[in-house]
Design a protein around this ligand. Structure first.
Ligand code: MLT
Ligand code: MN
Length: 312
């Protein structure tokens, strides 16, 4: 099984269009320690020819242009794609807006939890993907789903979706339900176990996660590979950077460092390869020369960049 991180930044990307914080500014000026990154996305394939996209970011067009695996075969039909399916882990803009760029009457399948499918169904702009051509299929939680193309032909990939602590999409928050998680329900944010029949190994993809609870720890125990929410290094990072007023907890993202952070929570679980993805443009680990980047490396974590590959 091959996996490739096509977008390693969180919503907004890196640099973010309107951000003048030192990291975005440095990336814009070409600092070699501050590699630009597109918004959150992963691809996987069991056979090297049929590909599944995990999360369709607003940068999908640029990501396809940078990823030969996702381009039409040069000897293929006039209109074609190796993208057989798109799997969604939440309904945030950075994970669904790219669906709009995948119009043009090309068949593929969309897989998501019932809650996420409801968001697509209730926003009629997504009908640019004619449901008669682009099939929408539910991922039931806690059971394996064989990912197939629009015609039902299996890709060889199997995904098990599971609910993780998280939050309803930002644009669907109900302020009157602030005390109840702004209307968040089970299935708004999911994690995925990605496997194939070709290998006994599996990767876990959890780009958004508000807390590492006992259930998640049990599931991840001894995993071959984990791609995990690396949005923020510290919970109050956007506030101290002066670019926002929200904590990670408020945004549904557990931070990396310190006693309540993900490094500590996910240590001693026997996870062989740990990679931070969905990295916000305020996170100091983006700076390859930073102490924070060195600290995550010493703790056994890698920091994703666009194009990073994992083979299992
Ligand atoms: C998030 O991960 O918190 C979202 O991508 C925020 C957003 O939609 O801008
Ligand atoms: Mn996001």
């Amino acid at each position: 099984m091959r996996l490739k991180i096509i977008g390693s930044a969180a919503g907004g990307g890196f640099p973010q269009w309107n951000c003048n914080y030192r990291l975005s500014r440095g990336a814009r000026s070409g600092d070699i320690n501050l590699r630009p990154r597109t918004q959150s996305g992963l691809i996987a394939s069991a056979n090297g020819t049929d590909w599944v996209v995990f999360n369709a970011s607003p940068d999908i067009r640029e990501q396809i242009a940078a990823t030969p695996e996702l381009q039409p075969a040069s000897a293929g039909p006039l209109r074609s794609t190796p993208i057989r399916a798109v799997v969604l882990t939440n309904a945030d803009v950075d994970h669904i807006a790219g669906l709009l760029s995948l119009r043009e009457r090309e068949p593929f399948a969309i897989y998501a939890s019932q809650r996420i499918l409801e968001v697509l169904a209730s926003n009629s702009i997504f009908n640019v993907l004619d449901p008669a051509i682009v099939k929408r299929r539910e991922l039931l939680l806690d059971e394996p789903t064989k990912i197939a193309d629009a015609s039902g032909k299996p890709t060889g990939l199997v995904v098990e979706a599971f609910a993780v602590p998280g939050k309803v999409a930002l644009f669907l928050e109900d302020p009157s339900l602030a005390a109840q998680g702004f209307g968040t329900e089970t299935g708004d944010t999911i994690g995925l176990r990605i496997s194939s029949s070709q290998t006994p190994h599996a990767a876990f993809y959890v780009p958004g996660c508000a807390a590492v609870d006992a259930n998640l720890k049990r599931r991840l125990s001894n995993a071959d590979c984990l791609l995990f929410d690396g949005t923020l290094f510290t919970d109050d990072e956007m506030i101290t950077a002066g670019v926002g007023s929200k904590t990670g907890a408020r945004m549904g993202h557990v931070h990396i460092s310190g006693p309540s952070g993900s490094i500590d929570a996910l240590s001693n679980l026997g996870v062989k390869r740990r990679i931070y993805v969905h990295i916000n443009n305020t996170n100091p680990i983006l700076d390859e020369a930073s102490a924070e980047r060195a600290a995550v490396g010493e703790a056994g974590w890698e920091v994703a960049h666009d194009g990073m590959e994992v083979r299992l």
